[in-house]
Unconditional design. Sequence first.
Length: 237
Amino acid sequence: MLETLLNNRKHFTKKPYCEDSDNVLGEQLEQVNTDSGRYYKTPAGVLYPSVTTVTGLMGADAIKAWRARVGEQEANKISSAASKRGTRIHQLCEDYIDGSEIDPKDYDYNDFINFTLLKKVIDDNIDNIHMQEVRLYSDYLKLAGTVDCVAEFKGMLSIIDFKTAKKPKNREYITNYFCQAAAYAIMYEERTGIPVSKIVIIISVDDDEVQVFEDRRNHYVTQLLEVREKYRLTYNV
């Protein structure tokens, strides 16, 4: 199945903001995992929390209630499977856009079914790739993280974040996703001087159509700053 998909593979234009931009931006950040979450060490030696860790506070109560309802063992099983699937789909998207070789043995049947739908969204909307999977940070936000993709979406430079889900998501329940993308937009502008006003969340849903949510960075800056302050008060970081 994968071979059939890749026989009609799109070749994406690479448009980095400068030569060797991935290394200029990414190699300076060391990832540090702690009990309280993931951190990144900046070139100045400062530890900034991951934006994913910080925005995770926005859904913490709901996740706690869900874990209590299904039980810790079942919750761990579901979370582990979801994490592994998310990693595989992210890798598929990254390798496909990058033009890298894709080994079918690394993926299962459901991955290929979902990627068939993702591929159409990617092919029809994404091009002029500035970067993928690059570590960024912001001294203003005091946050860091790894952006999925900075590229043109429908001809407009955007932060593009790939997600996976068992069921379709409602826009009002994914504010944390939009805040993450807004943070990456601020980080990218701070590091490169290039503003990115559009954010795009692409969700691969099991046994359903791909969801695409488009919005503006500035719609979520206030909420992002609020959750960053909440994290500072909670963890003194």
